[in-house]
Design a binder for this molecule. Sequence first.
Ligand code: AMP
Length: 659
Amino acid sequence: MEYSLLVEYYKRLEETSLKTEKTSIVSELLAGTAPRDIEVIAQLVMGRAFPLWSEEVVGIASNLMIKAISKADGVKEDEIIAKWKDCGDLGNVAEEFAKKKSQRLLFQKALPVSKVYSNLQRIASLEGRRSQEKKLLLIAELLSLASPVDARFIVRTVLSDLRVGVAEGIMRDAIAKAFFADVYWKATLFQKNGKGKKKRFEKMLSGMKGKTVIAEDKVMDALRSSDGKIIEGFERDNTIIVKDILEIKKTGSFFQKNLGAEYVFVDDADIGNKLKKRIVGAVEEAYEVANDYGIVARLALDAGEMGLSGLKMEVMRPIKVMLAKKVETVDEAFSVVGTPAALEYKYDGFRMQIHKKGGDVRIYTRRLENVTEQFPDVVSYVRDGISAKECIVEGETVGFDAKSGKYMAFQKISRRIRRKYDIKKMADEIPVVVNLFDISYLDGKMLLKMPFLQRRLTLCSIVREIPDKLVVAKQKITDDARLAEEFYAESLSVGNEGVMFKNIEAPYKPGSRVGYMIKLKPIMETLDLVIVGAEWGRGKRSGWLSSFVLACRDEETGSFLTMGKMGTGIKEKQDAGVSFDELTKVLSKHILREKKNAVDVAPFMVVEVAYEEIQKSQNYSSGYALRFPRLIKVREDRGADGADCLSRVEELFGRQRGR
Ligand code: AMP
């Protein structure tokens, strides 16, 4: 595929904020993509170069991009920076300068998507000396081959700032729409011959002209009796295959567009709904296993429902973790997860997804970053303490001082995550204990659908505990609120954060916050928000970014919605907690746009924020503002996609009003 064709879709996606329209546009793109390109296209349209599980990252900062634009267009860096400050988007800057470079048009050759992608791959693989220079050349090469508007999107893709609003929900629905039949049932099809209704009916059927339809006899009869003429035309223009409902329900391949039919008509609304859900569900489940919409799209295209259900998890390819919901009381927790429930200590550390294949062990954080090198101690505990040949287990790792028998603060252990040198020394200084609490894969078998209690038993059967180093999370199964309160108090008294309540029959749902796992903590509810912008400080704070724009996540589009600015809870001195200086150093490398003293930064830093109240507000894109937001800590363990969603903000707002 030519990159300029993909860009046409990007432009259409930019023009609409409607999720249904975005879904249709992406589905049209996927349906028109050749099988060999589909994996790459699915990633690119989501604004990423590589799938989530992959360790490859493009990781280019704005300053290198400025150099690349300068090289490609023969413009001085100062000029680029000035324009950037003016319009606030390096993509637009690249487009403008490219337009000015007129001779480009004379030599313009087509730029294929595969060329863009192979340069992105090479950029991600470069390391060490002179790698920056080589990266710059690879970007400049793309920019000099690109048309001006292509350049805009290449720059945004490389900076991980595509902003066309396609996140996972839209991709899931688009794959279902692109490769599987649309299901209709009588109520959605069959319209009485009233004036306006008749028009709608006719229009709908004429939109299906020339397609293959699998239909239940009953529906065709009903349609015929509703308007014989329209249906006569419809039957003439389409291939109608009449099938028995049992057959329709049984055979998934009917739904695969390239083999079966574009449309399926059934009589019963209930069955129609179920079939629709089955298609979207198959796409979603495949994604849970593969963690890669590229693979899912390719399999849906190649082999439909059968292909999707045949996908297998693989050791060393991390899956998304299941997420917990919050509640305020023991009763509420029981009502969500059901009784009896499995209660566990909620350890205050960070989550590890541990993959083992023979002696090879890999450790991923909750954001699926590989931190194996930083935890040689954990690698050896896993080799010694877990007997399975191949498995994927999960646990919460906490700094633990065996001498005093006390847990260490989260802030301390989080230093180990980023450490690149003196790792052994650090491991001695901050020893950890891994509290294992789940298993999703064992010796060739996926355990996602196994009920939690059985998974727990399976976990116990492969772990030989190593005291203070590798243990199974402390658990109590009960339906008694008094015993639950006691367990909660006990957990807090030994230094934990709270308790988890788990549904004992629930499957493992990767990436979902479906209420199979509930957290209960005594402290006031905080929000995990993303920093998307800041302002340069004045006076005492000049030279620092000082006021930070906070945003929550729109779960559907993946975009970030602002909800206030935070300047408190951050220290002016280095040694007293998170300082302005530290935040400035990290964030200034990720500035995307700059206008006067305000900057937009790439959304990657998640902060835990306390506040006094959530208020409705016209000033921010979320529609809410936090009153007196205050930094609690930087959530090193989370990426922007782990930040709280708008629905969470709405829920907290609602509860607050109810009080
Ligand atoms: P939060 O980070 O506040 O959303 O709480 C959920 C997190 O608690 C999980 O992602 C885990 O990192 C952590 N956690 C601690 N103990 C447990 C446990 N026993 N089971 C599950 N998660 C736990």
